[in-house]
Design a protein around this ligand. Structure first.
Ligand SMILES: C[S@@+](CC[C@H](N)C(=O)[O-])C[C@H]1O[C@@H](n2cnc3c(N)ncnc32)[C@H](O)[C@@H]1O
Length: 735
């Protein structure tokens, strides 16, 4: 592998980065890593909000500065200043709010290249970036997760001709101008280092062929080292089979005779591959169901921590193996059990993290304790721990930092499948990724998959997927809180963001298992979630705490966005309180909501959401930052009726004049007088100013000032040719 690295270096070309030219990309990386290492020694630097937990070495090992740091990125503001355009109040900019279908693109290979909780596909984001920005603009996503906003921004420059044609035709039909193709620069932030590591690897260029070669080599070396752990003897007594997965079953006790019952052996119908509802006890023949059984526990000594653990008794129950291309199944025999004993006796692989789960702060603590899991290494059976340790060790040993990072991007995708969380699905096409998403749930039957069964196909797919993708260094990824972005005021052209959904997912907790392998974990206290279930009461977060955390993040968004520019927020939650909390947070920060749409998945169309009711759909919220003119005038005039009419006048300019669906004019809900009243009230509340009139007075005033058509309010009947006046230096040019 060293030769591969040397050949890359020999072919190295000078690279430009933040205005400096380096003889090679490796020289660029070394230069910035040295600077980052110095920064990390500064206690003030580490005091930043959302700084992850990890040693300097672990943070440096994940990072590829200045494009990616697994901590707040010290070069972020410079990146934006260098590649972006400064805010120019004289520049005219006008867009109408745009709703997007966030379910588009979920089968796309790039989207599926690495999983993450509640991913928004890049193909759903692309139309939005094309609509609100121009090539070279700076796009920001502060809750970037796996970095799909970055992939979308790059796609605007690399999309194939067929895709461009499709979008151009669709826009033409809607009477819109053709989009301006060309990559946008993007800033991605997330609190979780696991997330930013995925985002960085998705977006920073790498040599796909070198990765393909290194990936094959890695899997081959792991096979040479631990292949013996996955051998089994075929029924002919001489041919060696290669184990794909072993199914482990928990052992229960019969309530009638107290005999041991291997659940899978008794309940699985091997013909139909279905688990039977009821089955007889193998000892006393009494009718049993899963509910009637009592789980058996055994005490085991953890040789690493010295702890005695009470864990469910588990036995290997079924082995799925292959000889050549033919698949077989067998019950484990004496040789298989002897092999297992040999593996059990090995010391834990030194690359497997031994980290106590922060149970006091976790929702899943009771469930995990019940299964005898207190530390990260307890998540793996001994053979899987050896396999994951070997994969990680070999990926880490690759001499080229960029290839090493992408190898880890591949290897870390085996972690969840390799844990006890991976359930046995007898009817599943594959046993890979068979864990329940969003929880640490350990089922009674576990499929323990071999590393090649998990990763052979993944390696091929990654290679095929990324080979045609032309990535450029258009991205800067940072790890920290969205409430403290190291960016200058008024520097970003557009924000696309998919914030945490209140009580739905504890991201820090779920990312912990992967982050432990990297040695850098999320600063969980800033995870913007509603969190009631923790044992540590001080760490609980109410809906109000969530609203406050989100308000801080939206205030930061407001600070860094250029005046007059837009933010798209996608959001999905079933609780009205969380949805209201989010809306309030956004408005308190200063954003004016111009449109809220819910996607009707059956019809593929959008419906305006006009009331703060409980929602069960994906919402797309379009909000803008008013320009300085409106703010200044408000400061001068205070809480007067003039300020209210100024707000309405400015806001109307941001709303769509017409909306067409199936060739018919559609009602523009945001032009409804009641919604305009709500928006105006929110604007006054945000300025802590009393609202100058009642709803009725507002409606009367509105009627006398603005024309009304079919229940919608307009600036003037000739709104389309409305001209900016010195009195109303609104943020956008006239429509
Ligand atoms: C809904 S997910 C975003 C998923 C993303 N759209 C994707 O496609 O992968 C929300 C993200 O917000 C992050 N997060 C939670 N609290 C945060 C905070 N205070 N600052 C920044 N990120 C935060 C979580 O780690 C999580 O990755």
């Amino acid at each position: 592998m060293t030769s591969l690295f040397e050949s890359q270096d020999a072919a190295a070309e000078p690279v430009e980065c933040l205005g400096q030219t380096f003889p090679s990309d490796q020289a660029r990386r070394e230069h910035y890593l040295k600077l980052l290492a110095e920064k990390l020694k500064d206690p003030e630097f580490r005091k930043q909000e959302g700084f992850p937990q990890g040693t300097d070495e672990a943070i440096l090992a994940m990072s590829d500065p200045p494009y990616y740091t697994a901590c707040p990125n010290p070069w972020l503001a410079e990146f934006v200043e260098h590649y972006g355009k400064p805010y120019d109040p004289q520049q005219t900019y006008s867009r109408e709010p745009l709703a997007i279908d966030v379910s588009v693109g979920k089968t796309d290979a790039i989207y599926r290249a690495h999983s993450y909780h509640t991913k928004v596909p890049h193909l759903a984001i692309v139309p939005s970036i094309l609509h609100y920005t121009q090539p070279g603009d700076i796009v920001l996503d502060g809750f970037a997760g796996s970095g799909m906003t970055g992939v979308a921004a790059q796609w605007c420059g690399t999309a194939p001709a067929s895709y461009r044609h499709e979008i151009e035709m669709a826009w033409k039909q809607e009477g819109r101008k053709a989009p301006q193709w060309g990559a946008r620069r993007v800033v991605l932030n997330d609190l979780s280092p696991a997330a930013t590591f995925i985002g960085a690897n998705y977006n920073i260029p790498f040599d796909v062929d070198a990765f393909a070669k290194a990936g094959k080599q890695l899997l081959k070396e792991v096979e040479q080292e631990i292949g013996w752990m996955y051998e089994t003897l075929h029924s002919d007594g001489k041919t060696k089979g290669r184990i794909e997965y072993t199914v482990w079953s928990e052992v229960f006790s019969c309530p009638e005779c107290a005999g041991e019952v291997n659940f899978l052996d008794e309940a699985l119908d091997t013909e139909s591959k279905r688990v039977r509802e009821s089955f007889p006890c193998p000892h006393c023949n009494v009718g049993l169901t899963k509910k009637k059984l009592e789980r058996l526990y055994i005490n085991t000594l953890d040789k690493v921590t010295g702890e005695t653990l009470s864990t469910p008794k588990r036995v290997p129950s079924l082995i799925a193996y292959r000889i050549g291309k033919t698949k077989y199944e067998k019950k484990p025999d004496a040789a298989d059990l002897a092999l297992q004993q040999r593996i059990d006796a090995l010391p834990l692989h030194e690359n497997v993290p031994v980290v106590a789960f922060p149970f006091a702060d976790m929702w899943e603590a009771p469930r995990m304790r019940d299964k005898g899991i207190t530390h990260t290494h307890h998540m793996f059976l001994p053979r899987s721990a050896q396999a994951m340790g070997a994969l990680w060790e070999k990926a880490l040993a690759h001499p080229s930092p960029r290839i090493r990072s992408f190898l880890l991007f591949m290897v870390e995708q085996a972690i969840w499948t390799a844990t006890l969380l991976n359930r046995y699905r007898p009817t599943g096409y594959s046993q890979v990724n068979q864990y329940l998403a969003g929880v640490y749930y350990v089922a009674s039957q576990h499929s323990e998959c071999s590393p090649w069964y998990i990763l052979d196909g993944k390696l091929d797919r990654l290679t095929k997927t990324f080979r045609p993708v032309k990535l450029a260094s258009n991205v800067a990824v940072t790890t920290g809180s969205a409430a403290q972005l190291p960016l200058s005021d008024d520097s970003v052209d557009y924000i696309f963001t998919d914030p945490p959904f209140g009580e739905n997912l504890p991201y820090a907790e779920l990312n912990f298992i992967v982050e432990a392998w990297h040695g850098v974990t999320t600063q969980a206290k800033l995870d913007a979630i509603v969190d009631r279930a923790k044992e540590n009461r001080a760490a609980q977060k109410s809906v109000e705490d969530y609203r406050k955390l989100m308000a801080d993040c939206f205030s930061e968004y407001f600070r860094v966005l250029k005046p007059g520019r837009w933010m798209t927020v996608v959001f999905s939650n079933t609780q009205a309180a969380v949805w209201n909390g989010l809306q309030t947070a956004m408005q308190q920060a200063g954003f004016v909501v111009a449109n809220v749409s819910a996607l009707d998945k059956k019809q593929g169309s959008f419906k305006a959401v006009t009331t703060a009711v409980a929602v069960k759909q994906d919402l797309v919220i379009s909000a803008y930052k008013p320009n300085g003119g409106l703010e200044q005038r408000f400061a001068q005039r205070g809480a007067t009726p003039e300020s209210a009419w100024d707000f309405v006048q400015t806001h109307l300019k941001q709303l769509p004049v017409v909306k067409m669906r199936n060739g018919e004019l559609e009602f523009v809900a945001e032009r409804d007088p009641r919604i305009l009243f709500d928006r105006m009230v929110a604007w006054f509340v945000r300025h802590s100013a009393p609202v100058p009139f009642s709803s009725q007075e507002f409606q009367d005033g509105l009627r006398s000032r603005f024309p009304d058509r079919d229940g919608m309010v307009f600036l003037g009947l000739r709104e389309v040719v409305w001209v900016d006046s010195p009195d109303f230096t609104a943020p956008v040019a006239c429509k």
